[in-house]
Design a protein around this ligand. Structure first.
Ligand SMILES: [Zn+2]
Length: 222
């Protein structure tokens, strides 16, 4: 069946709870978090992490790459910080994931037949140079899995640093209004690894299944 017809069928069959409209309205002005994750459809912050509708601003750039002075992320943060509840600490999460096609392309390189991919990957040039330099120095240039793991970490660090460099973020952090989190989502096990801001290493935070039972993004405590 054609994919659009199949989607139509799925949506016709979808049950909408009676209280759905009211519930959505109740959450409309309750923005507690911003979330930047990869566009990969295997991951869905609403169903996987149980972010409620209206509770977060969500952006899905390929590879969850945040640029320096990123207007899209900056705009989202300005909206988030201006939205009720204003007496609550807001959270911004950047989530990379395992088995990411963007990071694999970054690792393996890309030909002139894919001009968009090639141009997009330029934003990870420094990350790739750093990882490959480390691989050469330590003798693991042939270990593709390890290179991918390092790219996940280094690309997340670059994006976090780019978010932390935004004046709007620096002001909000100084005023105790915002916390920034880095996550690695394991696509296979659905586990969430949070980056420890002191060691900059990933630590198991919670599995997505546990998150779905009712924990929310503000439970991190960092
Ligand atoms: Zn991805």
């Amino acid at each position: 069946m054609d994919f659009m017809n199949e989607l139509l069928l799925r949506n016709q069959l979808k049950l909408i709870p009676e209280s759905g409209a009211q519930k959505q309205q109740a959450h409309q002005l309750h923005r507690r978090a911003g979330y930047c994750g990869c566009c990969d459809a295997r991951l869905d912050p609403v169903s996987d992490i149980k972010i409620e509708q209206g509770e977060a601003f969500i952006e899905r750039p390929p590879g969850a790459v945040v640029l320096p002075q990123d207007d899209s992320v900056g705009l989202m943060l300005e909206l988030l910080l201006d939205s009720p509840p204003l007496d609550e600490v807001k959270h911004f999460i950047i989530a990379v994931h395992t088995d990411c096609a963007v990071l694999k392309a970054c690792r393996d390189g890309c030909g002139d037949d894919k001009p968009h991919t090639k141009r997009y990957l330029k934003r990870l040039d420094e990350v790739r140079t750093k990882v490959m330099g480390k691989a050469e120095a330590q003798g693991w240039t042939g270990d593709k899995e390890r290179i991918l793991k390092e790219l996940e970490k280094e690309s997340l660090l670059q994006s976090i640093d780019n978010v932390l460099a935004l004046p709007v973020v620096q002001k909000a952090i100084a005023e105790g209004k915002l916390k920034v989190h880095g996550w690695l989502l394991d696509t296979a096990t659905r586990a969430i690894y949070a980056m420890n801001p002191e060691t900059r290493e990933f630590e198991l935070w919670v599995t997505m299944q546990e998150a779905a039972k009712g924990l929310n993004v503000s439970s991190n405590g960092r």
